[in-house]
Design a protein. Sequence first.
Length: 141
Amino acid sequence: MSIAFNIVGRRNPIDQSAPAKFYAVVNATGEVNQRDISQEIAERSTVTPTDSMAVVEALLTMIPKMLADGKIVRLGELGTFYTSVKSEGAASPEEFKKSNIAAAKVRFKPGKIFMRTLQAADFKRKNNGSMPPEPTNGSTP
């Protein structure tokens, strides 16, 4: 198991004359959807692909509903889903209105086994580095 990455140069947006620094950026090697996951579950268990697909679909339906109901969703060693909000400040608690809340966000805190698996992953470099294009007319890329 390895995580592919590219090296990308980035300029300092505040000081364009400063030398660029190079950073790792994950290079996804593909995608997996719920049908793929359901098939893998069926191959590793005694349930049919159709049954596992039904369970995965139910889970994908229930998690957002539970989060929208203000619940924290704990999925054992996989991790925990919870919500946070982004809001505008008010001068006092009395002046704070529901309209001050700009957005709800979904957060995920991985479980211990989830994190151990990622920490044990190997990394595979895919390129030798690239630089963003030079800025033109004083604009940043």
